[in-house]
Design a protein around this ligand. Structure first.
Ligand SMILES: *[C@@H]1O[C@H](CO)[C@@H](O)[C@H](O)[C@H]1NC(C)=O
Ligand SMILES: *[C@@H]1O[C@H](CO)[C@@H](O)[C@H](O)[C@H]1NC(C)=O
Ligand SMILES: *[C@@H]1O[C@H](CO)[C@@H](O)[C@H](O)[C@H]1NC(C)=O
Ligand SMILES: *[C@@H]1O[C@H](CO)[C@@H](O)[C@H](O)[C@H]1NC(C)=O
Ligand SMILES: *[C@@H]1O[C@H](CO)[C@@H](O)[C@H](O)[C@H]1NC(C)=O
Ligand SMILES: *[C@@H]1O[C@H](CO)[C@@H](O)[C@H](O)[C@H]1NC(C)=O
Length: 537
């Protein structure tokens, strides 16, 4: 693990020095903030051959046990994205996946006859390049879903990559009437290669700052879990309990204890010339693929989605018969309970929804920022308390007071738990730009706390809201692409498997709905998620 390496010594590369200086200049010119100056000390020995090629040179990672390390390796292997013949030149853009020529074909029902509820429907997709030549390698990011707008019905499909330019999408038919298949190219495999390289070469492309205040001096310093090596001394804010690393360059003449607040400072776009062409909305990013004639492929294994929409209401497959709750029923369901929500803004939407919809609840004004929290809403009549608090760094909010930077694992250590306690976790979108290990290890530290909580208070209900799909512009893609979310979502499901934690499948609930993808899903989807929360009671 990198965690124990002194970050300040291992930098003897021209390339690295240049990068850092440029970054400081960039900060000065665009942010007008004071960052710690790179010291004009005698140059260290320069070893030209070493340059930053791996994020492991830049990032610190929480130390984990040998068992956790094995598990991490297993997760990383299980979500490894297919490799393909690398494109090196811009001239190869015509060779990249282009949906206008891509086709999909519905395979005939096995055994013939008409389709029935419960049937597995399979679709074969052949991807093409700009010249409509069939692709012969995989790795495109595809989404598949079934819809019937008139019925308000929708369900997610599962995509299987055959690694030869063809893909299968598998659906379970869940309602009577017609079902329209939608297949969408999110990113070409070539675009994924660029996204992947963004993380290996620029894990610090989203950067943060802290304000330091000491007497008359106020200074900003650059902070991150991935910091370019420099001569500057560091302030080490690694969390004592969880071991989560966090560092700032130490501002001159100001104590590390003088840190006041934390903010996202900016984002550096590092695209090589014309790589932006791989992320063109409506051309090769989030574009529907058309249908054509039939073809033959068999995908083994049955698969069941976690639920589907019918008359606009999400029906989870498994158990319950009640899918919709009115505010009165919701109050009844939450009577006497404490619901503690921890995470990012996508879980804050749940807090806001409950605060709006529950008839007797009122938010108590804690004079905190909406994004960061802590937020608290109380229903005195029914003894209901709902709280929200954002997760610890990396977090892209602004002006988070240092006292408000809390790791979920540490918060959970302080929860007594029991049958009247509901814990809701939603943590994914602020981790997209960092190496996968940063996220996996964060989840593992949360898992330790969850397992302890469930051991001391087994009746506590712990719910994890998964990642969701979002609208993609170039900026949104480089900082928070659905591909990053998709990969992290798989890791999240793997880490919490078998812990007794219940999932609300935000991924499928946004894929299956006919509303546009949105980082903050629209209200009808939130309403359905809250219905899910009620069903888990
Ligand atoms: C930062 O502190 C943590 C925990 O106190 C320690 O394990 C780590 O080695 C420190 N990092 C550096 C670069 O000194
Ligand atoms: C593009 O594809 C064509 C035909 O498949 C191939 O001959 C050519 O070398 C490719 N160009 C690049 C730059 O990869
Ligand atoms: C691609 O792979 C699938 C699954 O192995 C196979 O059924 C199909 O024939 C292959 N298609 C091509 C064009 O090679
Ligand atoms: C579909 O229609 C059949 C026959 O009309 C009915 O028995 C069944 O309950 C319906 N299923 C659903 C999910 O509506
Ligand atoms: C830092 O403090 C020293 C000693 O008090 C002083 O000489 C120096 O000018 C200070 N530097 C800055 C940048 O404030
Ligand atoms: C936090 O930093 C901002 C500048 O980004 C500053 O305006 C604000 O007053 C600070 N907040 C606190 C509580 O010090």
């Amino acid at each position: 693990s990198q965690g124990n390496d002194p970050v300040i010594v291992s930098f003897y590369s021209c390339h690295v020095l240049l990068c850092f200086s440029l970054k400081v200049l960039h900060l000065w010119h665009t942010q007008l903030v004071t960052v710690y100056q790179f010291q004009n000390k005698p140059k260290p020995t320069v070893n030209i051959s070493r340059s930053v090629t791996s994020n492991h040179d830049l990032c610190s990672f929480r130390s984990i046990s040998p068992e956790e390390a094995l598990e991490e390796e297993f997760i990383l292997k299980s979500i490894a994205w297919p490799k393909y013949p690398s494109i090196t030149k811009l001239s190869s853009l015509p060779n990249t996946s282009h949906p206008a020529c891509g086709d999909f074909t519905i395979l005939p029902r096995r055994g013939g006859g008409s389709w029935h509820i419960g049937d597995q429907l399979e679709v074969l997709i052949q991807m093409h390049d700009y010249h409509c030549r069939p692709k012969n390698y995989g790795g495109d990011v595809l989404l598949a879903s079934l819809h019937n707008r008139a019925l308000g019905a929708g369900a997610a499909g599962k995509v299987v990559d055959h690694l030869n330019g063809t893909y299968s999408a598998v659906f379970t038919l869940l309602w009577n009437g017609s079902a329209t298949i939608e297949v969408t190219l999110v990113h070409s495999s070539e675009a994924v290669e660029v996204l992947s390289r963004q993380t290996s070469e620029h894990p610090d492309r989203v950067y943060f700052k802290s304000l330091f205040w000491s007497g008359s001096k106020t200074l900003f310093a650059n902070c991150n879990v991935c910091l370019r090596p420099s001569m500057a001394p560091l302030c080490n804010y690694t969390d004592i309990h969880t071991g989560e690393p966090w560092y700032c360059y130490k501002p001159k003449n100001v104590s590390c204890d003088a840190r006041i607040n934390h903010s996202m400072a900016g984002f550096i776009k590092n695209l090589r010339p014309n790589e932006g062409n791989l992320f063109a909305s409506g051309v090769n990013m989030k574009v529907p693929i058309r249908t054509s004639g039939p073809s033959d492929v068999l995908v083994s294994g049955r698969w069941r989605p976690s639920g589907f929409y019918y008359k606009g209401v999400w029906r989870s497959l498994g158990g319950t018969e009640v899918w919709e709750f009115n505010p009165k029923q919701m109050t009844q369901c939450l009577k006497g309970k404490q619901v503690h929500m921890y995470g990012d803004s996508t879980i804050r939407q749940w807090f806001e929804y409950l605060n709006e919809v529950l008839p007797n609840i009122k938010q108590f004004d804690l004079h905190t920022l909406k994004q960061t929290g802590p937020l608290m809403a109380l229903d005195y009549t029914n003894n209901i308390m709902v709280t929200f608090r954002c997760h610890g760094p990396p977090i892209r909010f602004g002006n988070v007071p240092i006292g408000g930077l809390r790791y979920i694992a540490n918060e959970l250590e302080r929860v007594i738990g029991g049958p009247d306690t509901v814990i809701v976790l939603g943590i994914w979108s602020h981790f997209s730009t960092f190496p996968m290990e940063v996220y996996i290890r964060r989840l593992m530290s949360i898992r330790i706390a969850v397992v302890k909580l469930l051991a001391r208070a087994p009746q506590t209900l712990v719910i994890v809201r998964t990642a969701n799909l979002k609208a993609l512009t170039l900026y949104e893609t480089l900082t928070n692409s659905d591909w990053y979310s998709m990969q992290r979502d798989k890791a999240l499901r793997a880490v919490f498997k078998g812990t007794g934690v219940r999932l609300v499948d935000a991924w499928e609930m946004t894929l299956a709905h006919n509303l546009p993808h949105n980082l903050h899903p629209d209200r009808p989807i939130i309403k359905n998620m809250i219905n899910q929360l009620m069903q888990l009671k």
